[in-house]
Design a protein around this ligand. Structure first.
Ligand code: FMN
Length: 182
């Protein structure tokens, strides 16, 4: 089982990164091959809505832009399961998560190969103490990952208040994720 985690906070030691690491720790203990990506380290440009808005990806199955988007997309295709861990910014996903997922959605929805159908995704939204907009952010994340073709393993919110019990829960979830069949 290959499990990829993409964390989209600029804080590599923050709560969002910690959620991804806890899932990966649990999965690795079950023998899974794991990889953690800090999304903000990659150069991924926003979608340019080429071809009159319809996108050349609709015909060609891949994006025309030259950056690190395809590299990460290839990693997702190679993985059995992908963990998407985002911080909650203004009740929404982080900017880097939105930029990447906007492009992934276009390429995957348009692709005739439907490469992600049947693959597993795990969505996690990490908020501050108030947790304001946490569920809304997770709802947006769910919409991306379902539309792209993933099967959802779980969707979890976590805040500075709930982290004591939810981080433990995420490690347990990692153990179970490693035993899923894509
Ligand atoms: C620009 C910005 C906007 C934020 N908006 C929210 C919000 O709407 N609701 C909330 O509960 N926390 C909000 N927070 C707090 C973060 O979600 C919280 O600190 C989270 O744990 C960040 O994860 P990190 O430790 O990985 O950076 C915001 C933080 C920043 C920097």
């Amino acid at each position: 089982m290959r499990i990829l985690a993409i964390q989209s906070s600029p804080n590599e030691d923050g709560l969002t990164a910690k959620t991804a690491k806890m899932v990966l720790n649990g999965a690795e203990a079950e023998g899974a091959t794991i990889e953690l990506i800090n999304l903000n380290e990659l150069i991924i440009k926003p979608c340019i809505a080429c071809d009159g808005g319809w996108g050349q990806c609709r015909r060609e199955g891949k994006c025309v832009q030259d950056d690190e988007f395809q590299l990460l997309r290839d990693k997702i295709h190679a993985a059995d399961a992908t963990v998407f861990a985002t911080p909650v910014y203004w009740g929404d996903l982080s900017e880097s998560a939105k930029i990447f997922l906007d492009r992934l959605r276009r390429c995957e929805v348009n692709s005739e190969f439907k490469a992600l159908n049947g693959k597993i995704a795990f969505g996690i939204a990490s908020a501050g103490g108030t947790g304001n907009g946490c569920v809304k952010a997770l709802l947006h994340l769910e919409d991306y990952i379902r539309r792209i073709g993933f099967t959802v393993f779980d969707l979890v919110t976590i805040t500075q208040v709930s982290k004591e019990h939810k981080l433990q829960m995420l490690e347990v979830a990692g153990h179970r994720l490693a035993k899923m069949r894509s």
